[in-house]
Design a protein. Sequence first.
Length: 154
Amino acid sequence: MFFILLLLFVALPAAEIWLLIQVGSQIGVWQTILVVLFTGVAGAYLAKMEGLAVIRNIQKASMEGRIPGNEMISGLLVFAGGLLLLTPGFITDIMGILMIFPPTRALIVIFIKKYFEKKMTAGTASFSFHSNIDLQNPRIKDPGVIDADDFRDN
């Protein structure tokens, strides 16, 4: 996990800065800034359009009585892709476009499903749920509030 965080927070931004400098030296600073701004605006629009399409697909699957598994994964990918497109840089833009563009997103969905299927089959998948909600009495519990109902006899 440490290695992944190191890549995300150190190596990726360093690579983005290096690439922005390289592109800026080739096409000019202002053109580079315009390209970065354009990908941010276009990415937000594409993410919105694809996000709405995913929501319609989730609703359709629900109305058909199917569990919208693929559609939910697609929704998460569109959301992540939109965030990546809003992040300035060319590497994150390419990753974001791949997550938003429907044909490549479908391939990523297949990969994610196979990954989790392999983990489940091997018995190495683990899921945990941490919440401040009491499942017996589903109310959000604020640790700073003393509730008199907690002390009454049942």
